[in-house]
Design a protein around this ligand. Structure first.
Ligand code: SF4
Length: 360
């Protein structure tokens, strides 16, 4: 059982973050924000796969101006990601964004931060203080800091910004402390956890391409989430942002923190496997890609671990010599020859989904 750190709840548009709210999955569009149609298309595609908050880069005044149309038509709350120029934050707030992300490393003048905070307070818009190890001012003077020293510098930079916002009577604060390596990221969040009550946005920044990036994110987010330190997550991957959302849900599902869509369990195969398990698992995975119900399906090669796993699942198969025993809710419902395993399994999966949908 994971005990989440108690945090102050806030709202990004209609989505609650922190407190007793479920851990929220977010992503960042990789379209040009100035291209409203392309950005809205991607937001729609991300919403379809379960993204709950979308962050958009705001590199210039044209992008800031485009936000008004995007916010109006977006199915997801929009967070504007601002670097360097506080005027872009003011323009984003005027355009109606539901959240801001500021990097304390690059909006340096307190009076600029003060102006943004005043406008955010007026509109009740939360601000994420998003520290990134790569843009820490301290690192410019000392480029070879180790993980502990970098984590301490990240926390210090973040706390200075937190205290500035608090001194302006602003507490709609979210925090992220991202580094591209897991030990630094974990050390920074752990250190910060005892110091402030604000919700944490988790991420391993610049995690990499989908394969390696998913592994690095799973290691980092897995540790933090297991420690109860996380209220919203973004998996950063080089590629289609829908993959970020899929990986984020897999991480949350594997820790029992969220339910979404089916879970497929399949054995790694070994010398006991007597059916084409890879072909079967691949075909089942493809079928499950179209299903939203949180059902569990087990595809197992033999009678050693197979029946146990297949029984624990909503639907399962345990292979034998050229045949397979099909399970529904722990009971063998039939044993079929190998050629009939896939259609029999898919029929049972569809029946299980119908039952879920009708509450049967
Ligand atoms: Fe091997 Fe059976 Fe385990 Fe699959 S379930 S890895 S076939 S022992």
């Amino acid at each position: 059982m994971i005990n989440r750190r108690p945090t102050k709840k806030l709202h990004i548009g209609g989505v609650a973050v922190g407190g007793d709210a479920p851990i929220v999955v977010q992503s960042m569009a990789n379209t040009d924000t100035r291209n409203v149609a392309a950005t809205l298309r991607q937001i729609g595609a991300l919403a379809d796969v379960g993204c709950e908050i979308i962050r958009l880069a705001v590199p210039d005044a044209v992008a800031a101006a485009a936000l008004a149309d995007i916010v109006r038509a977006s199915p997801l709350p929009v967070v504007a990601d601002i670097h360097f120029d506080h005027r872009l934050a003011l323009a984003a707030l005027a355009a109606g964004v539901h959240g801001l992300r500021l990097n304390p490393g690059n909006i340096r003048k307190p009076e600029h931060v003060r102006a943004v905070v005043a406008a955010a307070r007026e509109r009740g818009v939360p601000i994420r203080i998003g520290v990134n190890a790569g843009s820490l001012p301290a690192r410019k003077d000392k480029p070879h800091m180790g993980p502990a020293e970098t984590a301490a510098a990240m926390v210090e930079a973040c706390l200075a910004q937190v205290r500035l916002l608090e001194s302006l009577d602003f507490d709609l604060i979210k925090i992220s402390l991202k580094a591209s390596d897991v030990p630094t990221t974990v050390a920074a969040y752990r250190r910060m956890a005892d110091l402030v009550p604000y919700p944490f946005h988790l991420g391993i920044t610049e995690a990499g391409t989908p394969g390696v990036g998913a592994i690095r994110s799973s290691a980092g987010l897995g540790i933090l989430l297991y420690l109860g330190l996380g209220d919203t997550v973004r998996v950063s991957l080089t590629g289609d942002p829908r993959e970020e959302v899929r990986v984020a849900y897999e991480i949350l599902k594997s820790l029992g923190l969220r339910e979404r869509g089916p879970t497929l369990i399949s054995c790694p195969t070994c010398g006991r496997t007597e059916i084409d398990l890879l072909g079967l698992a691949t075909a089942v995975e493809q079928h499950l890609g179209h299903i939203k119900a949180p059902i569990k399906v087990a595809v197992m090669g033999c009678v050693v671990n197979g029946p146990g796993e297949a029984r624990d699942a909503d639907v399962g198969v345990a292979g034998g010599a050229g045949k397979g025993a099909i399970f529904r809710r722990g009971q063998v419902v039939r044993t079929v020859p190998e050629a009939e395993i896939l259609p029999a399994l898919l029929r049972e999966i569809d029946a299980a989904v119908r039952e879920r949908e009708t509450g049967g």
